[in-house]
Design a protein around this ligand. Structure first.
Ligand code: PMP
Length: 293
């Protein structure tokens, strides 16, 4: 079946979907993106993702050539054309084609790309057994230099960290900020649980304000857990009862071992599994419906 890609207002095949080598997204990582999930024909937290995209655009002074409503329509239409009920959406807005200089004023029009496809997620076994993870020497971009709240195409900070995870042969890596506080994983937010209290770093320390993170905070509160957004160190991670990561692709996934320390009982903890269960109950409801039911 043909895979259709939205490219600047047109639908083209995967083979035809090409952007200019002068695109500043390619030359400089100048652009922004979102990763969004579709669950049973529902674009989960569609509005929240689009708000984050338009906030990122405003922050980097990138003019998206569609209104937020038009962007939502483009997402729906791309999913319909591809006939998907479950999958992953990659929405990219790059600064567009310019010249070889870095000046964004030389890029007259931003480029909008929407790719939808099936998602190869972790095997179900990983959700029960948890991942191994390491902390790394590379610090998260400091907010004064490039704020991690901007979901930009400049992912080298995260990629360097992913390389460390690969070298250590583990599933995820944990980044600290310049002061040594835990911020997030290479592509996920992090939570720890101690004595029934759920902790996650405040985003001002240098983390993306994850949509899944916020959904999990809401679920924790509904389930009667106390959630504290406060700074913590790797020591707190080592001695936590449970540790888990959250993200659009990963959903809610436990860490069973971190820097050689076994977390809790060495498997996904009971509260982590409870939160994953509740999360999976809401993902096909909370969002925008693609098909008439
Ligand atoms: N942090 C980083 C660096 C990420 O790339 C992601 C994935 N988008 C997340 C956190 C999780 O964010 P979300 O739950 O919105 O996918």
């Amino acid at each position: 079946m043909t895979q259709w890609i939205y490219l600047d207002g047109e639908f083209v095949t995967k083979e035809e979907a090409k952007v200019s080598v002068y695109d500043h997204g390619f030359l400089y990582g100048d652009g922004i993106f979102e990763g969004i999930r579709i669950y049973d024909g529902n674009i989960f937290k569609c509005h929240e993702h689009l708000v984050r995209l338009y906030d990122s655009a405003k922050s980097i002074m990138l003019n998206i050539p569609l209104t937020i409503e038009e962007m939502q329509d483009a997402l729906v239409e791309t999913i319909r054309r591809n006939g998907l009920r479950d999958g992953y959406i990659r929405l990219v807005v790059s600064r567009g084609a310019g010249n070889l200089g870095l000046d964004p004023n030389r890029c007259p029009k931003a480029s909008v790309i929407i790719i939808v496809e099936q998602l190869a997620i972790y095997p179900e076994e990983a959700y029960k057994n948890g991942l191994r993870a390491v902390s790394v020497a590379e610090r998260r971009n400091i907010p004064d230099a490039l704020n991690p709240k901007i979901k930009s195409l400049n992912y080298l900070n995260n990629i360097l960290v992913k390389i460390k995870a690969n070298l250590a042969d583990v599933g995820e890596a944990i980044m600290l900020n310049a002061q040594g506080y835990v911020t997030e994983g290479s592509g996920d937010n992090i939570f720890i649980i101690k004595k029934g209290v759920v902790y996650t770093p405040p985003c001002y320390l240098g983390a993306l304000e994850g949509i899944t993170r916020n959904a999990i905070i809401d679920i924790c509160k509904e389930q009667g857990f106390t959630v504290k957004e406060e700074p913590f160190s790797m020591h707190d991670v080592y001695v936590a009862d449970e540790v888990f990561f959250t993200g659009t692709a990963a959903e809610v996934i436990a860490a069973r071992e971190i820097d050689g320390r076994i977390v809790g009982n060495g498997q996904a903890g009971p509260i982590t599994l409870q939160l994953l269960d509740k999360f999976r109950q809401i993902v096909s409801q909370d969002g925008v419906k693609v098909y008439e039911s």
